[in-house]
Design a binder for this molecule. Structure first.
Ligand code: MEV
Length: 425
């Protein structure tokens, strides 16, 4: 399914109940699914207890919808789960700014993951390497025997490389098994293959195998997106200049670049969590990818001014996500989020996520190089303070606005304004 249009103007002004009603109107969520969204403990204890060990409860997060996204010509409403204010609003705003130029264009490479097999205690590492390469076809065949279903759907072990490493415990070989994981994230498939190959690798090399595990530096499983943000939509040529300066700062300084990339991951992680993905895996891959690029730790996004003075942004990062297996299948809310997205493949999910990463970064750089991010935070925070002070209905916005105008967003001030308001009426 998916949505015809992801523009939901005024969505933020509705109550949660009204938003869910609107969502039901524009998607084909069932009554059951709507009930699930409305229930505050949407993850059943029996499911939670099967997911990890020693379960004593569940830990819910707010789930928001980012609006306005056009990706590869299609509209998406993007579910985001996180605790931080301004992220959903920032992504939605950036997505809106690029609608007039067609939104985001995103691509992915084949979903190929790397499994690593570490071989030590080699008397002749070079000869071990040669022997492994001689047995490559057999090793690939044994790997594929481990997962006939993956092979049947067009995936499976594709290639095998051998690297020599100099370590503090002497030379080692590392076998890289390249596996096309199709719609799976792939950790289980790849780890099973690596474990199955280990005894053969020992026989072939005469060495000792220690680790057999997937690498999160998924350099073959890349997602890319690009978009043009017209200068008028951004707020003028000065804003374009500000963002280019923010980008130059990140490229020149790892202290800044860590925060710059963190802003990208605000968006990326929120969609990963909403759809039940292994966000730690993507985090590890993203930062290592950024760190192993030429010139040291680099930004995952790039910006340049177009000949018309608009801003063109690109992003590239490893993105290992799956739609089969894992929490995506077991967590009912994750399933619901996949349905709201209306995605059909893991690659399409990665294309959405990488676009959100670019949007999130653009929104942060725009705010940081102009008014700063506190203004946006304060708007939301002031509403919370107003509610805490007892404001209801229209009072909430009135109290919040007054606190911002007075530059005093505090509980006692909210109470004072509220008293004044009520005495006037
Ligand atoms: C805060 O969570 C994210 C930002 O710090 C990102 C950035 O500085 O680019 C606003």
């Amino acid at each position: 399914m998916g949505v015809k249009s992801s523009i939901l103007s005024g969505f933020y002004r509705l109550s949660i109940k009204e938003r869910i009603r609107k969502l039901k109107e524009i998607t084909d969520l069932t009554d059951e699914e709507v009930k699930l969204l409305q229930s505050q403990g949407a993850l059943d204890f029996t499911i939670a207890d099967r997911m990890i060990e020693n379960v004593v409860g569940t830990m819910p997060l707010p789930l928001g919808l980012a609006t306005n996204f056009i990706i590869n010509g299609r509209d998406y409403l993007v579910p985001m789960a996180l605790e931080e204010p301004s992220v959903v609003a920032g992504a939605s705003k950036a997505a809106q700014m690029t609608r007039s130029t067609g939104g985001f264009t995103a691509t992915t490479t084949d979903p190929v993951m790397i499994g690593q097999i570490q071989v030590a205690n080699l008397t002749d590492p070079e000869q071990g390497k040669e022997a492994l390469l001689e047995h490559k076809e057999n090793l690939l065949a044994v790997a594929n025997q481990q997962d006939p279903i993956l092979v049947k759907v067009g995936g499976g072990a594709r290639d095998l490389l051998v690297r020599r490493l100099e370590t503090q415990l002497g030379p080692m070989l590392v076998v890289h098994l390249l596996v096309d994981c199709r719609d799976a994230m792939g950790a289980n498939a790849v780890n099973t293959m690596c474990e199955a190959l280990a005894p053969l690798v020992e026989d072939i090399t005469g060495g000792k195998v220690y680790l057999r595990i997937l690498s999160n530096l998924a350099v073959y499983r890349l997602a890319r997106a690009e978009a043009t943000f017209p200068k008028e939509a951004l707020g003028g040529a000065n804003v374009v200049k500000g963002i280019l300066h923010a980008f130059a700062f990140a490229e020149a300084d790892p202290f800044r670049c860590a925060t710059h990339n963190k802003g990208i991951m605000n968006g990326v992680d929120a969609v990963l969590i909403a759809t039940g993905q292994d966000f730690r895996a993507v985090e590890a891959g993203a930062h290592t990818y950024a760190a192993t690029r030429e010139g040291g730790y680099q930004s995952l996004t790039k910006y340049e001014e177009t000949p018309d003075g608009d801003l063109h942004g690109t992003i590239e990062m490893p993105l290992a996500v799956g739609l089969v297996g894992g929490a995506t299948r077991t967590h009912p809310v994750a399933q619901l989020c996949v349905k709201i997205l209306g995605i059909k493949s893991a690659r399409e999910l990665a294309e959405v996520i990488v676009s959100v990463g670019l949007a999130q970064n653009l929104a942060a750089l725009r705010a940081l190089s102009q008014e700063g991010i506190q203004a946006g935070h304060m708007k939301l925070h002031s509403r919370n303070v107003a509610v805490a002070a007892g404001a209801v209905g229209d009072e909430i916005d009135l109290v919040a606005k007054r606190m911002i105008a007075d530059n005093r967003v505090r509980f006692d001030h909210a109470q004072k304004i509220l008293e004044e308001l009520r005495s006037q009426h």
